[in-house]
Design a protein around this ligand. Structure first.
Ligand code: S3P
Length: 430
């Protein structure tokens, strides 16, 4: 699908974004292995989270969408911690690296063998990072060339381990914790920098015994999870496209309603405010252990700057849209310590650089960094998402700032996390 995006004069209105992708995956998996029914409000409409639900269905867990007070609610009929059954064929995670990595933690503890695979992007995602700890816990896993999907996971009785994550990855941490839920004794995971803690919070909400300390989490195996009513906050990583569109456009006043503000996800707001971004928090509350709030954002003069170390890890999903900001900032943007960008849905350093160059923007890259000088402008051009949702959305925002209409090839990739993206964008363009 090709989308044509015309330059925008002003951005005004109220934006609501889909339920958080990370939290939706976790709620789908955990309520599936909880006792009884769970009602999940605002479950992500993105394709990735539907892949998780279809994997859980293939493992014997039914779900349905019903209506409550005029809104859709997802009802998951949990089977209990030992209630999954062997699927009839390989599980298909589609484009979702989160699903394959996190679900593998649960599959490693099942009394059956599962093959789990995904699309051609997932087939290139590194899996040694989960194979190593799960093997230590007692599972047997085979992979393409020892490290790529499809994975064939022969489950077993697992033993708890103490694991130090070699790379900062919430998916890997979650995988080990989910396996730890089934393991004998305790499982402890330490991380080099703080990553999103939605799994820890959700496990606790459903009744697991979790001890959460800075960069260190422990789970006691053998707990029973209890199904319940849960509400998913809006996805701050999806809101980021509108947040930055508003900051860099000449005339903007946007409200971003009901977005997740878990402190392990809000480094983006600190970075943007540090550059001079005018972002106000209008209200906030807590639901199911997660902070949710409303943001108001106005056009701002942005300095740009350097993002590195733990901050790069904390804003890793927002780098494609931050790169757009970098090009129009005063001093430009340098992102260091970003090697993980090369193994996301696509090689994002390459995808960002190639599209920026098509738009006439100067950009310099190394194996683990990207640098975009400031005060540049976007030339109307033909963009390629390379099948990556965040690249499609980031460059749609660049298109709003271009000197003429741009086309986005493979624009449908946005549906992986945000199927309503283009209609939402059109609603706020004045
Ligand atoms: C996610 C963790 C991050 C992030 C991804 C979602 C999660 O990946 O990039 O979009 O839900 O835990 P890594 O764990 O590979 O850093």
């Amino acid at each position: 699908m090709i989308e044509t995006i015309a330059p925008a004069g002003a951005l005004h209105g109220v934006v609501s974004v889909p339920g958080d992708k990370s939290i939706s995956h976790r709620y789908a998996m955990l309520t599936s292995i909880a006792e009884g029914d769970s009602k999940i409000h605002n479950y992500s409409t993105g394709e990735d989270c539907h892949s998780t639900l279809s994997c859980m269905r293939a493992l014997g867990v039914e779900h349905q969408v019903s209506e409550m007070d005029g809104r859709e609610v997802l009802v998951v009929m949990g089977k209990g911690i030992h209630g999954l059954r062997a699927p009839a064929g390989p599980l298909d995670v589609g484009n979702s690296g989160s699903t394959i990595r996190m679900l593998s933690g649960i599959l490693a503890a099942q009394p059956f063998t599962t093959t789990i695979a995904g699309d051609c992007s997932v087939a290139k995602r590194p899996m040694r990072r989960i194979i190593a700890p799960l093997t230590q816990m007692g599972a047997q896993i085979t992979a393409n060339e020892g490290q790529f999907p499809p994975l064939t996971i022969r489950g077993s009785r697992l033993r708890g381990i103490e694991y130090e994550l070699p790379v900062a990855s919430a998916q890997v941490k979650s995988c080990v914790l989910l396996a730890g839920l089934y393991a004998e004794g305790e499982t402890a995971v330490s991380e080099p920098v703080t990553t999103r803690d939605h799994t820890e919070i959700a496990l606790r909400e459903l009744g697991a015994d979790v001890d959460l300390q800075p960069r260190h989490v422990r789970i006691r195996g053998g707990a029973t999870l209890q199904g319940r009513e849960l509400a998913v906050p809006g996805d701050l990583s999806s809101a980021a496209f509108f947040l930055i569109a508003a900051l860099i456009s000449r005339d903007a006043d946007l409200i971003l309603a009901n977005v997740g503000l878990n402190p392990t996800r809000t480094a983006l707001l600190d970075v943007l405010r540090g550059m001079g971004g005018n972002i106000k928090l209008l209200d906030f509350h807590q639901t199911n252990g997660e902070l949710i709030g409303t943001l108001q954002v106005h056009s701002s003069k942005l300095k740009g700057g350097v993002i590195e170390g733990p901050t790069t890890a904390a804003v890793i999903d927002e780098i494609p849209i931050l790169a757009i900001l970098g090009a129009v900032s005063e001093e430009g943007l340098l992102v260091k310590d970003a090697a993980e960008l090369r193994v996301k849905e696509t090689d994002r350093i390459e995808a960002i650089a190639s599209n920026l160059r098509r738009m006439g923007v100067v950009v310099n890259t190394t194996q683990n960094s990207i640098q975009i000088p400031g005060r540049q402008s976007f030339r109307a051009s033909e963009i390629d998402s390379f099948g990556d949702h965040r690249v499609a959305m980031a460059f749609s925002v660049a298109a709003l700032m271009a000197d003429g209409p741009c086309t986005i090839q493979q624009a449908e990739a946005a549906s992986v996390s945000f199927p309503e993206f283009y209609t939402t964008l059109r609603k706020i363009v004045v």
